[in-house]
Ligand binder design. Structure first.
Ligand code: ZN
Ligand code: ZN
Length: 357
């Protein structure tokens, strides 16, 4: 059976999907769009699906056929995104391995522009500007997706202004960003901003169970800790997380009781060893505290159902004031993490602060 492509199967952000569908149906897509919102919720996917629907050679009722040469090339771009070269392992592209060959099946009129190394260079933008000055080769629409657009340096952004101002007809430029305010005001004023939101936890849960075949418990845990990102939820390592969480849980129990500083300090020292896993550890502490908070007020919102009874027991034995001040303190710690803080000292200070009235 033919697998057609339309926007109805896109997970999350139904309002934005509706806006795009209507614009496609009425053939009135703005020539410059900003897709803004959290990472991993499918902004780039939606942009490329839009490209596919606009350019399918044998569309059926505003759906792309998924089979024609145009559909195949665009879906190759979609699939090869984030795929590393198999022989050079992220150190460039060999051009011959399976992933590289998929990557090269580009559609001449649909371009995904990603950073070379860390930025989207002014040369990449100039190339794009030259391209979009012409009518599309084989497509009805020429589409360029810059992801993430905020990785353009200011001079690169400036060079794009004129193209956004006076685009060639049937050209759509989509700028993808987690934060539209990292784009120049002059860029923002020339583009239509679509602000994406997080995907609701229940939606992610359902998807993980039905499409990824996760168990209910794993799906609940992944959805609860993915920050509304489907991509993060799909790649969430529940086994590794459960190990980190076990340690975090021991710390949380001491934190809420406000006793046994020595033990808490040695847990803090262990957690602080590695910066990357420390971030996960702090996230786990926060997720546990939040679930303890929900255990009494809104049990249906508990993300870590596997711990339900333990969480509830702690909730019953913890004064609300302590819990709230612990959540507050961990929130502060999370913000401080973006600076180069001494992780163990920060944890110990937090412990003493929550413990003292
Ligand atoms: Zn097609
Ligand atoms: Zn390769």
């Amino acid at each position: 059976m033919k697998q057609t492509v339309n926007l109805d199967n896109f997970i999350g952000n139904p309002r934005i999907v509706e806006v795009l569908k209507r614009a496609i149906e009425q053939d009135r897509l703005p020539h410059a769009l900003i897709f803004a919102g959290p990472a991993g919720i499918g902004k780039c996917t939606l942009a490329l699906l839009t490209a596919q629907i606009l350019n399918c050679l044998s569309p059926v009722n505003n759906s792309a056929c998924g089979e024609c040469s145009s559909c195949k090339k665009i879906s190759a771009t979609l699939k090869s995104r984030n795929l590393p070269c198999l022989s050079l392992k992220g150190e460039g592209f060999c051009g011959t391995c399976e992933n590289c060959r998929l990557r090269m099946q580009k559609h001449p009129d649909v371009r995904l522009i990603e950073p070379e190394k860390t930025t989207i260079s002014i040369n990449q933008v100039r190339e794009l500007i030259d391209e979009v000055a012409f009518q599309p080769f084989e497509a009805r629409y020429r589409l360029a997706v810059l992801d993430p657009a905020d990785q353009m340096k200011i001079e690169a952004q400036n060079s794009l202004l004129k193209t956004l101002e006076e685009p060639a007809s049937r050209t759509v430029i989509i700028l993808i960003t987690t934060n539209p305010y990292m784009l120049l005001e002059t860029i923002r004023s020339r583009a239509r901003l679509l602000q994406f939101g997080e995907i609701p936890r229940e939606t992610i849960e359902k998807y993980l169970i039905s499409e990824v075949k996760m168990t209910l418990q794993d799906a609940q845990l992944s959805a609860a800790l993915s920050g509304g990102s489907l991509a993060a939820a799909m790649t969430f390592d529940t086994t590794c997380y459960r190990e980190i969480r076990e340690q975090a849980f021991r710390f949380v129990k001491l934190l809420l009781k406000g006793e046994d500083f020595t033990n808490a300090s040695s847990l803090a020292a262990q957690a602080a060893k590695d910066k990357k896993s420390f971030v996960t550890w702090v996230d786990a502490v926060m997720a546990l505290l939040e679930d303890i908070y929900y255990a009494v007020t809104a049990p249906e919102r508990i993300g870590q159902g596997d711990l339900h009874d333990k969480l509830e027991q702690i909730a019953r034995n913890t004064p609300r004031g302590i819990l709230v001040s612990a959540i507050d303190a961990v929130g502060n710690l999370k913000r401080e993490l973006q600076y180069n803080i001494n992780r163990q000292l920060a944890l110990e200070a937090m412990f003493l602060k929550v413990g003292s009235p």
